[in-house]
Design a protein around this ligand. Structure first.
Ligand code: SF4
Ligand SMILES: [Zn+2]
Length: 348
């Protein structure tokens, strides 16, 4: 076990999960998304499970999803109760997105029989279902069972590759799988005619702003033939994570929104035929990707518009005095040995 893995583990050592009702889901709601090129309402469900198996072992440096997990076995009966509760608010949305704060295809989180029961019920009502999974659970066996259910309907798996660079994924993210494992999973999905959405992390730990922009762009170039959608997630500082540990010591700053826009514009040029989107949790706050408080809102709105419309024209009118500070960071950070403070004007 390396130092980073040890630290990921250590930070969870004293963590006590809050007592939660296992028969209630984390959350469910309706939001806008795109289905077959048209804007539709999508229904989002977050199940509460025992948690991501990788997080229980050590976990990724930026991931605080375990804060929402039970860390304890959850019965099939409770999972089905959660599902029934989510269905009470379901109003026939044709696109359903399922999250578990882990992997929906991990049998330790949700048993196959329960997973397939849930999928069967949703597939009767929706035209597209999207779930998330680490690549090791994307197997022929699991996908055959799901194909039986979905037949011609659309099924998508979101996979958090984060970066195509194995060194960064291992030593900055502690992700626990390789680029080859991702590529194998992508090929299995293709065989079943299922869709792949790949999550790419903007600004992993230890990378300068400039290195992070380059890493995201080179990742797009390497995955564009494997994936149908690329979803960028700028790191936000979540509780009890290595990212938070370093952020509190002023050794980490979330990405500038200027960088995010740069990445989106270049990615669209590089991989125009695939969908590119960006979801910014905590955007505009000191724990999330931010510029200065004068322009954050404009940038966040433009990025949300781009994710729906896929048109880089939405970025044309963006400007602010803080651009100079961002450019300074790109230029001098590589010389500062990671000691630059957040000079956006806001401090933690
Ligand atoms: S990012 Fe995904 S794989 Fe990593 S610990 Fe979180 S849920 Fe697990
Ligand atoms: Zn600004």
């Amino acid at each position: 076990m390396n130092e980073l893995t040890r630290l990921c583990k250590l930070l969870k050592k004293d963590f006590t999960p809050r007592i939660r009702d296992p028969s209630k889901p984390v959350r469910c709601w309706s939001e806008k998304d795109v289905l077959d090129g048209k804007m539709v309402d999508a229904y989002v469900i977050i199940f509460r499970t025992r948690g991501c198996s990788w997080a229980l072992e050590s976990g990724c440096t930026m991931c605080g999803y375990f804060n929402d997990s039970l860390w304890d076995k959850i019965s099939d009966k409770d999972l089905l109760k959660q599902f029934d509760k989510t269905m009470e608010n379901y109003s026939g949305e044709k696109f359903v997105k399922i999250f578990t704060s882990g992997s929906f295809l991990d049998d330790n989180e949700i048993k196959p029989v329960i997973r397939n029961k849930i999928l069967r019920e949703i597939a009767e009502k929706a035209d597209k279902v999207s779930v998330e999974s680490r690549p090791e659970y994307i197997t022929d066996e699991r996908l055959s069972a799901i194909k039986e259910i979905f037949r011609s309907k659309s099924f998508e798996i979101g996979c958090g590759l984060e970066t195509a660079n194995n060194f960064v994924r291992e030593h900055a993210i502690n992700k626990g799988f390789t680029f080859n494992e991702y590529k194998n999973a992508a090929q299995i999905l293709k065989k079943f005619n299922f869709k792949l959405k790949t999550y790419v992390l903007i600004k992993p730990l230890f990378l300068t702003e400039e290195e992070s922009v380059n890493d995201s762009i080179s990742t797009v170039d390497k995955i564009k033939t494997y994936t149908d959608t690329i979803s960028f997630n700028p790191t936000n500082v979540q509780r009890n994570t290595v990212v938070e540990y370093l952020w509190k010591r002023k050794q980490y700053r979330p990405a500038w929104l200027w960088s995010v826009v740069e990445i989106l514009k270049t990615s669209k040029k590089l991989a125009g035929n695939i969908r590119i989107q960006c979801d910014i949790a905590g955007g505009g706050s000191i724990r999330g990707a931010h510029n200065c408080d004068k322009c954050d809102r404009k940038f966040l709105d433009a990025i949300a518009d781009f994710s729906l419309l896929q048109d880089t024209k939405v970025f044309e009118d963006l400007d602010c005095k803080c651009r100079v500070k961002w450019l300074d960071q790109l230029n001098i950070e590589n010389l500062s040995f990671g000691s630059l403070i957040d000079f956006s004007g806001r401090y933690q």
